[in-house]
Design a binder for this molecule. Structure first.
Ligand SMILES: Nc1nc2c(ncn2[C@@H]2O[C@H](COP(=O)(O)OP(=O)(O)OP(=O)(O)O)[C@@H](O)[C@H]2O)c(=O)[nH]1
Ligand SMILES: [Mg+2]
Ligand SMILES: [Zn+2]
Length: 333
């Protein structure tokens, strides 16, 4: 593991030595093209222009951008680039201001990793089983969605593996999210259950799919597009964990209008840019009670006369959500 990590770190370091200077303003030269970043693999950035032609680009030299303390480029960014017809490579000159973005904390370096920019909808794709969904991960996605101003929905995939009676157990277990007004859909990507309704929700939006490896993101993408465009693979029978089939973020056109972004599966998800003292604001089931805590700056963890803990003991709050709260609180600065 040590070996693998040091190799990873040196790979990262190498990448970062490509000199890039970020300037907030500057003149864009004539004869530049404008486009949308649809995928980034290593240092290669694929930019799509208005004719849907793809150009391979890189970042280097001076870039006009406001993205000083986060990834300079991300899938979903609108950029200007200068294309060298001989070398068949473009250089990105300017990155347009982002309307919003969806990001996580980069594990190795303590900085913001923007997964995608300018998005309307976060699709949290979870699975009934293979792999079993993880509510702590769902809660981390939900906090990040609100923090990043992206509307979240939860899709429970692989419902074909259970009968109606068993599905009621899932409905009950996930009911807390319904109470929190998060739209919830029961579906099966493989057997076309619930897909028509989802299409109507994704239509004309830019959506990003996130979830554990093996939850079925690429399967859903292929079904929505109507072509086997993304590779899918079996969940390992032994560990019930996915094998990380999708390895980079990529945006696709939806044939019925809109775009969708497929992402690699995650096991963990670090939240970036949230002060731990503000975390309770993102747990809306606390809203009705937190004013009654004795201390104004109550963390709802160890203070006496805490209304949240009292309400929890009375059984009026979801205990797993409270555990998520503590888990996230302890991971934040
Ligand atoms: N039974 C059942 N299996 C499904 C369903 N959707 C996907 N699968 C299977 O789940 C496995 C993983 O699917 P993928 O689409 O590769 O999962 P992913 O989320 O893209 O995984 P990563 O790319 O590793 O993040 C494949 O064997 C799929 O056939 C479903 O609705 N029902
Ligand atoms: Mg995939
Ligand atoms: Zn409290």
């Amino acid at each position: 593991l040590v070996n693998k990590n040091s190799r990873l770190i040196s790979k990262f370091k190498k990448r970062k030595t490509t000199r890039t200077i970020i300037k907030k303003t500057g003149k864009i030269p004539d004869a530049v093209k404008k486009g949308l970043i649809v995928t980034i693999v290593g240092t290669n950035i694929e930019v799509e222009d208005e004719n849907k032609d793809i150009y391979n680009c890189i970042v280097g030299g001076i870039v006009i951008s406001n993205n000083e303390n986060q990834s300079i480029v991300a899938v979903g960014d609108y950029v200007y680039f200068k294309f060298d017809e001989n070398k068949k490579i473009g250089v990105i000159i300017k990155v347009e201001e982002r309307r919003n973005h969806f990001s996580r904390k980069e594990i190795i370096y303590n900085r913001e990793d923007v997964i995608a920019a300018n998005i309307d909808l976060l699709i949290i794709l979870i699975s009934t089983t293979k792999p079993d969904y993880n509510k702590r991960l769902i809660d981390r996605f939900l906090v990040t969605a609100e923090l990043n101003l992206v509307k979240p929905i939860i899709c429970l995939n692989k419902c074909d593996l259970f009968n109606e009676k068993d599905l009621l157990i899932f409905e009950d277990d996930l009911n807390i999210y319904k109470k929190l007004n998060i739209p919830m859909y029961f579906m099966s990507a493989k057997y076309d259950i619930g897909l028509e309704e989802l299409k109507s929700i994704f239509r004309n939006k830019i959506s990003i799919m996130v979830g554990q490896s093996g939850s079925g993101k690429s399967t859903l993408l292929n079904k929505l597009i109507g072509k086997d465009i993304q590779l899918i693979d079996d969940v390992s029978a032994k560990t019930r964990k996915g094998k990380h089939t999708t390895s980079y973020v990529k945006m696709f056109d939806l044939p019925f209008g809109g775009r969708i972004i497929d992402t690699p599966g995650v096991r963990e998800f670090g939240i970036w840019g949230l002060d731990k003292n503000d975390l309770a604001l993102y747990f809306h089931e606390f809203d009705a009670y937190k004013e009654q805590c004795k201390f104004i700056h109550c963390s709802h963890i160890h203070e006496p006369q805490c209304a949240i803990k009292k309400t929890l003991e009375e059984g009026k709050l979801d205990y797993e959500r409270y555990e998520s709260y503590i888990n996230i609180f302890e991971s934040l600065k």
